[in-house]
Design a protein around this ligand. Structure first.
Ligand SMILES: [Ca+2]
Ligand SMILES: [Ca+2]
Length: 657
């Protein structure tokens, strides 16, 4: 039953073990791990075994009430010392022990004992504390999980570059199937290669930032161009699971989320996932020659000077805490909050979150955990930021078939929830459903290819990445680096990798139509989605929960299949801004607005309108980044001195553990 989470124990297949060598990734010998796709974890796991790290507690405020409904930036009206004393008093009264207290958004504090418990144990503590007259609300600080699965698949090393050349799944649907987004068609449109007259000339491209809230990033040329030094932040707050030797810090580098020995039944020994880098690689060129090749995501057709990826590290060993996710979301969108390391100077218009946990996010009680997500997402919408989140990869009791409904926060109102398809447009076996009928849930649903492994055929198992051919198996991980010296390369599949494709198209749309609101942006994506095709698989039956590989319906796979070209076309026709780009925003120095000329424009990935301007902007960027990094580090140092307050255990009479 647990094979879907760490892959240990089921023989017969091989999964890549990743190590870092000299700053680059290398794919070391695989371990005998679980069934195909069983290396990582389903996003929704066993209810009884989910982990939590303490509680998020908001004390009552004499000045303001119902704080969940107030802005994220609200601070308690009394002093930090008063908050500490009141927290100690309340927890003493209710016999709830804690060792660490630190401020977080919404005027609340995270308290915990320095080690994980089960969610059930934390809920019991929360229930006690909620009875205290000085407590406004208590939310269990659950740990959410990445929505990826991984397999290793042998190809010859020399197939690497050739595989890029035939990387059809990111090209035209006619070559692959109706499950793919058709990025090549969008690329052609943007470059007028095959659709003359379809875009105005010149076409202004505005800067756009896509934040990837995940396990952090690794260095790779394709990625580094879009994640300049000083870009991003690390919100993994607990040192013991951060693996980088500290809590919050300005460096979002992924130190690995490996675990040497079992921590719990749901967090057993595993190799590093490099999940964040894999997700980010869906946004990046992944190509040696940007003039002829494109990466999987629409971002690869925008020059790096226009479209940036903001790495926001929220996931460490065993997953990502809700409190860290909430803080990461707020920070990424440029929202201030209690405990923030400073306001993000490069706010993201799109946030990709390929993490999730159980919950339909429909609890409207302002004191519930759902409310934290709902309020945060609503706040982000007011900033013009769309949250795109993976629907998750099935339930732990049935990893092979997905389950009905997306995980949280994909299930939250206002979120673009993305499920995964096979190349032919049928729902991927493992993928959770998303409801595109908008009947009640309030989230938006879309689908796009995310890989599958339903067939014993290795070719079929990697259809997303290989275009149904084993020699094309170069995937979402990074080119070259992903193959070991035996020619085995690493690929992943999952709703984790469907979501960033939607995020990329959202960014593409915003780059030509920067004034769109979140609702308008969502409308462009949903209305241009292709109706679900009808491949041979039987229809998804939500009532019977037979939602393995099945023919999509709107109720099972969202409004349709993401169509990159149609979305771009709609954005240009209906929304493209005219005139020269002018940026009043603080982060303008990171970017160079681009103006694409219609005729003879070559390459979508690297061409700049004016190299001189690019150079000047680069110099400005470096100066700005240096200052920003210095300031971030100074703020982080300052925050570290005040963030964590340790209360001696012997003062906590009657603590639970
Ligand atoms: Ca850290
Ligand atoms: Ca770090």
């Amino acid at each position: 039953m647990n094979a879907g989470r760490n892959g240990l124990g089921r023989p017969g297949e091989v999964v890549a073990t990743w190590v870092r060598r000299g700053g680059a990734l290398a794919c070391a010998l695989g371990l005998a791990l679980g069934a195909a796709g069983a290396w990582a974890q389903g996003a929704a796991a066993a209810p009884a075994e989910r982990l939590a790290l303490g509680l998020i507690v908001k004390l009552k405020d004499t000045q303001v009430n119902s704080v969940v409904r107030l802005p994220a930036s609200v601070r308690p009206s009394d002093t930090a010392q008063a908050q500490r004393l009141r927290m100690a008093a309340a927890t003493n009264r209710k016999r709830v022990g804690f060792l660490v207290q630190k401020p977080t958004a919404y005027g609340a504090h995270v308290i915990h004992q320095g080690h994980y418990t089960t969610v059930a144990e934390a809920e019991a503590e929360a229930a006690k504390l909620r009875q205290d007259p000085d407590v406004e609300w208590v939310v269990v600080n659950r740990m959410e999980r990445a929505a990826a699965t991984g397999v290793q698949f042998g190809i010859t090393t020399t197939a690497g570059n050739a595989a890029y050349l035939t990387h059809k799944w990111l090209q035209r649907r006619a070559d692959v199937g109706l499950g793919v987004a058709g990025f090549r068609d969008a690329w052609d449109r943007l470059n007028n290669a095959s659709k003359p007259g379809s875009i105005p000339s010149p076409l202004d491209l505005s800067p756009v930032v896509v934040a990837v809230l995940d396990t952090g990033k690794l260095t790779h040329p394709d990625l580094d161009a879009r994640t300049p030094f000083g870009f991003g932040y690390d919100f993994v707050s607990e040192v013991q699971f951060a693996q980088d030797g500290n809590g919050l810090d300005p460096d979002p580098t992924d130190p690995g989320d490996y675990l040497v020995s079992d921590y719990s039944s749901t967090c057993t020994a595993h190799d590093s996932s490099w999940h964040g880098t894999s997700v980010m690689s869906m946004l990046t060129p992944l190509a040696d020659d940007p003039a002829t090749l494109m990466g999987p995501g629409a971002l690869s057709m925008l020059p790096p000077s226009v479209a940036k990826v903001l790495p926001v590290r929220i996931g460490g060993t065993c997953g990502a805490l809700v409190s860290d996710i909430i803080e990461g979301m707020l920070w990424a969108a440029g929202v201030d909050y209690q405990g923030s390391p400073g306001i993000n100077q490069a706010p993201a218009r799109v946030i990709n979150l390929s993490f999730g946990g159980q919950g339909n996010c429909q609890n409207t009680d302002p004191k519930s955990g759902d409310a934290l997500y709902r309020q945060t997402i609503a706040t982000l919408r007011t900033k013009g930021t769309l949250v795109v989140s993976s629907a998750g990869n099935g339930d732990s009791s049935d990893t092979a078939r997905g389950y009905v409904g997306p995980t949280r926060p994909a299930s939250c109102p206002g979120v673009m929830a993305v499920t995964a398809l096979r190349y032919d447009g049928s729902k991927a076996t493992y993928a959770n459903t998303v409801d595109g009928t908008r009947s009640s849930a309030g989230y938006f649903g879309l689908a796009v290819a995310g890989g599958d492994s339903i067939s014993a055929s290795s070719a079929e198992s990697l259809n997303l990445l290989s275009d149904r051919g084993p020699r094309g198996a170069v995937g979402v991980a990074l080119e070259g680096d992903i193959c070991d010296n035996l020619g085995r390369c690493y690929v992943s599949m999952g709703t984790s990798f469907a979501a960033p494709q939607v995020a990329a198209v959202a960014a593409l749309v915003l780059s030509v139509a920067p004034t769109l609101t979140v609702d308008q942006l969502v409308s462009v994506l949903l209305e241009t989605a292709t109706p679900h095709p009808a491949p041979s698989a039987s229809s998804c039956n939500l009532a019977a929960q037979t939602v393995g590989n099945c023919t999509c319906t709107t109720a099972a796979c969202g409004s349709g299949v993401l169509d990159a070209d149609a979305a771009l076309d709609r954005a240009i026709r209906d929304h493209a801004s005219s005139g020269t780009f002018s940026s009043p925003s603080l982060y303008a120095s990171y970017f160079v607005p681009q103006r694409l000329q219609s005729a003879g424009k070559s390459g979508g990935g690297g061409g700049g309108a004016t190299d001189d301007l690019s150079l000047l902007a680069l110099m400005a960027s470096v100066l700005g980044l240096t200052w920003w990094r210095w300031r971030s580090e100074a703020q982080a140092r300052a925050m570290r001195t005040v963030r964590t307050v340790r209360i001696r255990g012997d003062r906590l009479k009657g603590g639970k553990r």
